[in-house]
Design a protein around this ligand. Structure first.
Ligand SMILES: Nc1ncnc2c1ncn2[C@@H]1O[C@H](COP(=O)(O)OP(=O)(O)OP(=O)(O)O)[C@@H](O)[C@H]1O
Ligand SMILES: [Mg+2]
Length: 364
């Protein structure tokens, strides 16, 4: 099974009546890539997946698989396999009958079907469960049957719509790892829909963040985390402090950013003078009783609250009427700071990003 397809969207738009669900969707998914569509409920993820599968059509734009426009190709002729959120297994059929169904529809000879069913069940470690019915399986096992059924038809593109959402927290983590290693083994181009940022970050090669039917940014998990394109992405992927401020041109010509934490040169400030937002991750801030190393900008504040998480302590520090979150790693023998303590917050300007003050890319 070494089918790998390139999937491209060109200016795709789609509406249900007056409700615009997808706007100007563009992406290139490379052969063999594990690509995640990440966004809140209603952002258009499932609609985009259904469109790739061919169950619905775009109003405008093109969808290409291996460079060929498939906009007019029906689902069954696209060689795309989809695993639905609720698995959609047939309850009256055994595991192996569920898996063989799609192969029988394709009119393969019986021995060939048996061989493919055996191989698919072995891949997902369900060989011993071939004769059970779905009701006799756990959620994780049913999920694997749905996956085996789709893999058995050897699709060029695998579409997964929130495949882990019915599982409990522990099984989700286990299954996402299994899914990732299976995808690596098969090398099938995979598009994975989730609203869980951790799931997307830990499994995908690249992620498209969606909001209100618009792709806000496409990038690797590290790109999105370190260089969010706007406020929405910054807040959706991980924890972040967003500090309003102004970009000003210093007499020498360089651009300085001024906010609660002080006035400093952020180097690669992309926005011209005017209102902007500084984004800084809580774990990159330092707290110290006295101002510490000189590479950081230090400002005095007061600890309002602390939350002991275990691996780290999350402090809310009040600095000039602004609340700032600072996460500090916890170690045995190190007592957390008390609420009310006067503390210095140290920021490394290299860790800060300046974002536009409003997300003009987001359509309401
Ligand atoms: N068949 C339909 N008819 C009318 N509107 C629809 C239809 N399907 C989806 N929508 C609307 O399209 C928008 C996007 O829906 P979609 O199911 O793609 O979101 P999603 O990102 O998958 O959300 P979730 O995380 O909740 O599954 C929503 O506003 C939804 O109400
Ligand atoms: Mg959905």
């Amino acid at each position: 099974m070494n089918n790998k397809a390139k999937v491209e969207a060109e200016n795709i738009a789609m509406s249900y009546g007056t409700n615009v669900v997808l706007r100007d969707i563009n992406f290139v998914i490379e052969p063999g890539e594990f690509f995640a569509l990440l966004g809140p409920s209603g952002s258009g993820k499932s609609t985009l997946l259904r469109l790739i599968a061919g169950f619905i059509n775009a109003d405008s734009g093109r969808l290409l698989i291996n460079g060929i426009d498939v906009s007019a190709v029906p689902p069954w002729a696209r060689n795309v396999g989809m695993v639905f959120q609720n698995y959609a297994l047939w309850p009256h059929m055994t595991v192996s009958q569920n898996v063989s169904f799609g192969l029988e529809e394709r009119k393969l000879p019986r021995p060939k079907i048996l061989e493919k069913v055996r191989a698919a069940l072995a891949l997902v470690n369900l060989s011993e469960y071939a004769d059970r019915r779905p009701s006799q399986l756990s959620g994780g096992q049913q999920q694997r049957v749905a996956l085996a059924r789709t893999i058995a038809i050897e699709p060029q593109v695998l579409l997964l719509d929130e495949p882990l959402s019915n599982l409990d927290a522990k099984l989700r983590v286990q299954m996402r790892n299994e899914l990732r290693s299976l995808q690596r083994k098969l090398g099938i181009t995979t598009i994975f829909v989730t609203h869980d940022q951790e799931e997307a970050m830990t499994t995908a090669d690249r992620i498209a963040v969606m909001h209100h039917g618009v792709i806000q940014q496409i990038g690797t998990p590290v790109d999105l985390f370190d260089n969010p394109a706007n406020r929405f992405v910054a807040e959706f992927v991980g924890s972040i402090n967003l500090l309003p401020g102004r970009v000003e041109r210093a007499p020498g010509g360089s651009l300085l950013f001024e906010c609660t934490l002080g006035r400093f040169d952020l180097g690669d400030v992309v926005h011209d003078s005017g209102e902007a937002i500084m984004a800084i991750r809580p774990h990159t801030l330092s707290l110290s009783k006295t101002p510490g190393d000189s590479a950081r900008v230090w400002v005095q504040g007061t600890i309002l609250e602390r939350e002991f998480v275990g691996e780290f302590v999350r402090y809310t520090v009040k600095v000039h009427e602004q609340s700032i979150i600072a996460d500090q790693a916890h170690h045995v023998g190190r007592a957390p700071h008390e609420s009310g303590t006067v503390i210095h917050v140290g920021m490394d300007p290299a860790q800060a990003r300046v974002l536009p003050s409003s997300d003009s890319e987001i359509h309401q």
